[in-house]
Design a protein around this ligand. Sequence first.
Ligand SMILES: Nc1ncnc2c1ncn2[C@@H]1O[C@H](COP(=O)(O)OP(=O)(O)OP(=O)(O)O)[C@@H](O)[C@H]1O
Ligand SMILES: [Mg+2]
Length: 268
Amino acid sequence: MDGTFAKQKGADAPFYLAQGDEVALFEAAAAQDLPVLLKGPTGCGKTRFVAHMAARLNRPLYTVACHDDLSAADLIGRYLLKGGETVWVDGPLTRAVREGAICYLDEVVEARKDVTVVLHPLTDDRRILPIDRTGEELHAAPGFMLVASYNPGYQNILKTLKPSTRQRFVAMEFDFPKPEAETRIVAEESGLSEAKVAPLVRLAGKLRALKGQDLEEGVSTRLVVYAATLIAGGMDIERAISAAMIEPLTDEADIKRGLHDLVTAIYG
Ligand SMILES: Nc1ncnc2c1ncn2[C@@H]1O[C@H](COP(=O)(O)OP(=O)(O)OP(=O)(O)O)[C@@H](O)[C@H]1O
Ligand SMILES: [Mg+2]
C-alpha cells in the first residue's frame, strides 16, 4: 500500500524504560480486550512503548500514521486491479482484526470522521468490523487490540476526539521522563555516558520550563537523544545542542539567544 503503515513481528522487545505502572495497565487492558488511548507530548515515548508492548505480548503490530487524507478504505481495504482481475486487498486494520494483532493509530485526532466512526463497533464489546464493500462482518480474532495516540497540546485545539470516540478507550497520560530516567534512556539510546548525558537532561528541563512562554512545546526526549547521538559521534557539544535542541524549537533570533544563554549557564 502507500507506506502509511508498518508491520512488526513481536520478537525481541525494543528498549523501553517504564515511568510508572503503564506496562501493567497496558497488559491488563490487553488481557481484557480493552482499547487503549495514549496521550502525551511529542517525542515522550508513546510509539516506543507500543512497540515494546507488542513485542512483550508477542502480538504483531500494525502502525498507521493518521492524517486528514487517510480514508476508511486506507484502513479497511479496497478492490485493486491485479493482472486484469479485481481482487480485494485488506487494509492494516482489517489484517489486524483477522490476525489478532495490535493496530496502532498514531495521531488519531488527525483522522477524518469517517475513519473514527469505523472504529466504534470495534471498540465496544461487539468487537466487529463491518466491511461494506464485501458485505463481510468480521469478528475480531483473539488478541486484536486497538491502540491510539495523540498529543493533546498539539496546535489545533479544535482537533480533539469526539466524546463518543474517546469514551471507548482506557486512557493513559504520558509525559517526559523524570531526570534520572531520562538520563538512562538517552545514554542507552545514544551510547553517550550518563555523566555526559546528565547536563543535556538538565538543559532539557530548563527548556521545558519555557513552554507556553517563549516556546510552544518543550524539547522532546527524542531531541535529547539526537543531541547525545551527535556528541557520541564526535560533534562539538555546543554545535550538537544548537542543531538538535535549539534550532528545532524556534525560528526567532532573540528567543534562540535566550536559549543559548541557558546552555552557557549549564556548561559555563
Ligand atoms: N521510556 C522510554 N524508554 C526508552 N526510550 C524512550 C523512552 N521515552 C522516550 N524514548 C526515546 O525517545 C524517542 C522518541 O519517542 P517516541 O518516538 O516513542 O515518541 P512519541 O511519544 O511517539 O512522539 P510523537 O508524538 O512525536 O510520535 C524514542 O525513539 C526513544 O529513543
Ligand atoms: Mg509517535
